[in-house]
Design a protein around this ligand. Structure first.
Ligand code: ADP
Length: 486
């Protein structure tokens, strides 16, 4: 099968969140199964062309807003997958030092342009080198317009018309409002879907992707159940409900070669499940490098996260403060994001200098050192579509202390982690206290849990099989109903 991924970010080229991990990892696993994979992302200004070996391969002109936009295409091969990158003007000129502008309205125009250019390039690539996709796999609201433009503009195309579309929701909260004006401005057709107009969502990129795609997926079975509810759907519940029969939940995997405590170049003492005492060396190295007292006898609680409301910071901050004040533990936080939460997290380090440290920024090697050193990994998310941090933590023998929502329920077994339900800092306190009690009072049980955690399989192979079933189903629908598949 020829499969084209279209998305805003992909590791190792550019990463803001877990979306990049999925788009940069799943294709490799699918390619190993014998499929032909291409991945298309914007040539963001933050991508280092030299380091990743990007080569210019094509350029073309695309009609846009009454004028013509020059689109340049770059390529880099990686583990059997062809990655392509689009650079253009006025959007994605390579000058921007960001992936997402803070202003959603600006992003809507940018990513509509990218979606249109992606299809124009796919058509051109099919004409030039004969590579026609059987399946377009789009991700999150940034590419929500691709299934719509595909249905409206490419239905008659020999190369693209027969392709089925799959739209994956990695986060329901971010939707991309206001695309109607941009469609009109660009000279593209307006959205004509009754369901969208009836629900007042014809202007919403995520809703458009949901309405026009052949099949839908989200990144955990539990999140698939949550996004049909008003609380989980952020205003799109009627649309998700209407299309629920086309929706599946597939838990994300992690790149188990990239995230391997036994073969890591950045941690002090690589270790496997048979040598978990080695974690103590990693803990000491981290404590020393970050300036915390090198106490082996204190449990180290860590958080590695975007500092966004979604991550439950309003219950994390008071919960962790309470624990640092009343209990014997250390706390390390690595994160960047909302300035308000950066400040709140920084103040924890400031107020408990002997027990806590807050590192503000995005630092992947440091994150790995933290996973390897930590005893517990705190993730009290308000909602969590899948979550990767808790899976990486378990692979490195850190037990998750998580809120029982979304992918956290699906990935953290109760006999491994410490889960709580209510969205309140009392829940954080209770779950952390349960963890601390086991750490101090029942070290043998603790060790058993760590071994269970490290034995869990979060490889992409499991998820990839489910995606292939989903692709087959999408193609069956597409063959049977054609454009009316939605
Ligand atoms: P989300 O996609 O909502 O940000 P996930 O848990 O799915 O959350 O994925 C987050 C990924 O980003 C994990 O791999 C985590 O280790 C990484 N990460 C988050 N914040 C940082 C940071 N400040 N520095 C390094 N890695 C980070």
């Amino acid at each position: 099968m020829n499969i084209l991924f279209i998305a805003a970010e992909a590791v190792p080229f550019v990463k803001v969140g877990g979306l990049a991990d999925v788009v940069g990892s799943l294709p490799m696993t699918l390619a190993k199964e014998g499929h032909a994979l291409r991945v298309l992302i914007p040539a963001h200004g933050v991508i280092d062309h030299q380091r990743h070996g990007l080569q210019p391969v094509d350029s073309f002109d695309m009609p846009w807003a009454g004028g013509s936009a020059r689109v340049e295409v770059f390529h880099a091969g990686r583990e059997g997958v062809d990655f392509f990158f689009l650079r253009a003007w006025p959007y994605f000129s390579g000058q921007e030092a960001f992936v997402y502008d803070w202003d959603e309205g600006v992003n809507v125009g940018r990513y509509l342009f990218f979606s249109a250019a992606a299809l124009a390039w796919a058509q051109r690539a099919a004409d030039r080198d004969g590579w026609a996709p059987n399946l377009l796999h789009c991700h999150d609201w940034h590419t929500g317009l691709v299934p719509f433009l595909h249905a409206r503009l490419y239905n008659g195309s020999d190369a693209l018309g027969g392709a089925a579309t799959v739209f994956s929701i990695h986060n329901m909260q971010h939707q991309g409002w206001g695309v109607g004006w941009h469609l009109n401005h660009a000279g593209l057709p307006g959205v004509d879907h009754g369901l969208l107009h009836a629900s007042g969502r014809a202007d919403n990129c995520l809703a458009i992707g949901l309405a026009y795609s052949t099949m839908l997926s989200t990144v955990s079975p539990q999140y698939a159940r949550e996004i049909v509810t008003p609380a989980g759907a952020y205003g799109l519940d009627s649309i998700v409900q209407a299309r629920q029969s086309r929706l599946v939940g597939i838990l994300n995997g992690i790149d188990t070669v990239r995230w391997d405590p036994a073969h890591s170049a950045v941690i002090k003492a690589p270790f496997s499940a048979a040598q978990i005492d080695q974690k103590a060396q990693n803990k000491r190295a981290l404590q020393e490098s970050l300036g915390l007292p090198p106490r082996r006898d204190l449990p180290l609680v860590a958080a590695v996260s975007r500092l966004a409301e979604q991550k439950g910071l309003d219950i994390l901050v008071p919960g962790v403060r309470h624990m640092l004040f009343h209990a014997e533990m250390q706390f390390i936080s690595l994160g960047a994001g909302d300035p308000h939460w950066e400040h709140e997290i920084w103040r924890i380090g400031n107020d408990f200098p002997q027990k806590a440290i807050a590192y503000l920024g995005f630092d992947e090697p440091l994150s790995e050192q933290i996973y390897a050193a930590a005893d517990m990994f705190l993730m009290p998310s308000r909602f969590e579509p899948s979550g990767l941090g808790q899976m990486i933590a378990m692979r490195y023998g850190a037990l998750p202390v998580v809120r029982a929502v979304g992918g956290l329920i699906d990935s953290v077994p109760p006999e491994v982690g410490f889960l709580f339900s209510e969205y309140h800092h009392d829940g954080v306190i209770r779950a952390l206290s349960a963890g601390l009690e086991m750490w101090y009072q029942h070290p043998r049980d603790w060790k058993t849990r760590v071994q269970r955690a490290m034995a869990l399989d979060f490889s992409w192979e499991r998820s990839a099989r489910q995606y292939l079933d989903l692709y087959d189903e999408a193609r069956r629908y597409q063959r049977r109903y054609g454009e009316a598949a939605f």
